[in-house]
Design a protein around this ligand. Structure first.
Ligand SMILES: C[S@@+](CC[C@H](N)C(=O)[O-])C[C@H]1O[C@@H](n2cnc3c(N)ncnc32)[C@H](O)[C@@H]1O
Length: 345
């Protein structure tokens, strides 16, 4: 048994801090019945140490309380994923602010016409719009509830468009294009990893791959299928990695969940985390251009058009234009009437 002073000294914190955690219900030291002094058991001390370590990661008091209350894998994953997202969002927000401050400083230095204020406000409002777009994306298709049946749905080629008819062929081809890249031990990222079908092709061939997805349930299924596959929560618009981390980025059947404005931001993100001379390979539902889209729509049923319009298929023309801004070129392969693979170098 330890007194509050001994407990506080052990971790180099004040006794007030220990009392605060008690007040918040995180620890419940026993009381001496005679003098009402607190006494801490070894178990209390381990708890106190855990609280202090969780605080280092920035976890809130509420989260720590829930973490300590249930020693289950899911409970841990819930809270650490939540914190991972909070930290990642904050990093993205701050980087965005830093970039606009840089632009503002340049604007001030370079202003010769006395338009300083207007130019500064313009930069701020652009930053604001990007931040809003980055934070507004939401999964309106509810992939969490689709996760457990996704692989079956793909095998059955669900939907009126037959978009999964060439599913395995597409994944194989994306794998082949990506791995034909002449790089030793490439660092590979898959975005929208889903249940892990593409990532496992890389994993089984001995590659170093991490898959991100915005859906926790999709990641759970991917981990059930291959416990050794590295997966993380993450979004196209806020890729949770540093600049120039990956040699290869791949994605299948995921990019069309972003509209054009979001795609522009996502392309910026892909380029940001891609190493110089890296490669991006995306298999997805696309049209070559607006005319091809119109021709296709003329041949489809109302139901099929609705299915397409529920999502945001890319036009390759548009992607070419956007990637060109980063000096990247696209080549593409058409797999069937609606599925394409683009290779960006
Ligand atoms: C149709 S599934 C495809 C899964 C897998 N890539 C495949 O080919 O089987 C789409 C996946 O993309 C993920 N996704 C959609 N939008 C995303 C976004 N903005 N950021 C990250 N993942 C996203 C979904 O959660 C889902 O797992």
């Amino acid at each position: 048994m330890y007194t509050i002073q001994q407990a506080a000294k052990m971790f180099n914190i004040s006794t007030n801090k220990v009392r605060f955690y008690e007040e918040k219900g995180l620890i419940k030291p026993e009381r001496n019945q005679n003098n009402d002094y607190r006494y801490f058991t070894e178990e209390d001390l381990i708890k106190l140490q855990s609280i202090l370590l969780y605080r280092v990661l920035g976890l809130s008091i509420e989260d720590i309380k829930e973490l300590l209350s249930k020693n289950t894998k899911n409970n841990y994953l819930d809270h650490f994923h939540k914190q991972w997202q909070i930290v990642n969002n904050e990093i993205h927000r701050l980087i965005q602010i830093r970039t606009s401050l840089e632009k503002i400083i340049d604007t001030i230095y370079e202003d010769t016409e006395g338009n300083k204020q207007a130019n500064i406000l313009k930069v701020i409002s652009e930053t604001n719009e990007i931040n809003m777009l980055k934070n507004q994306w939401e999964d309106k298709w509810d992939f969490n509830s689709w996760a457990s049946t996704y692989d079956k749905a793909v095998t059955r080629n669900i939907g009126t468009l037959g978009m999964y008819k060439n599913y395995n062929k597409i994944l194989d081809k994306v794998f082949n294009i990506a791995t034909s890249f002449n790089k030793q031990d490439p660092n590979i990222l898959e975005i929208g990893v889903g249940t892990g079908n593409l990532a496992n092709r890389f994993f089984e061939a001995g590659h170093n791959i991490v898959g991100i997805d915005q859906s926790r349930e999709m990641l759970n299924v991917a981990k059930e299928k291959n416990p050794k596959l590295k997966v993380r929560l993450g979004e196209f618009l806020k890729i949770p990695y540093d600049n120039k981390t990956f040699d290869i980025i791949v994605s299948t059947y995921a990019f069309h969940h972003l509209d054009d404005k979001e795609k522009i931001i996502a392309i910026g993100e892909l380029i940001r985390v891609l190493k110089d001379n890296g490669k991006i390979v995306i298999g997805d539902l696309m049209f070559e251009n607006e005319e091809a889209k119109d021709r296709l729509f003329a041949s489809l049923t109302k139901e099929q058009i609705c299915e397409i319009e529920d999502e945001y298929y890319s036009s390759i023309d548009f992607l070419q234009k956007e990637f060109k801004k980063y000096n990247k070129t696209i080549s593409y392969t058409q797999i069937d009437y609606i599925n394409f693979i683009i290779e960006v170098i």
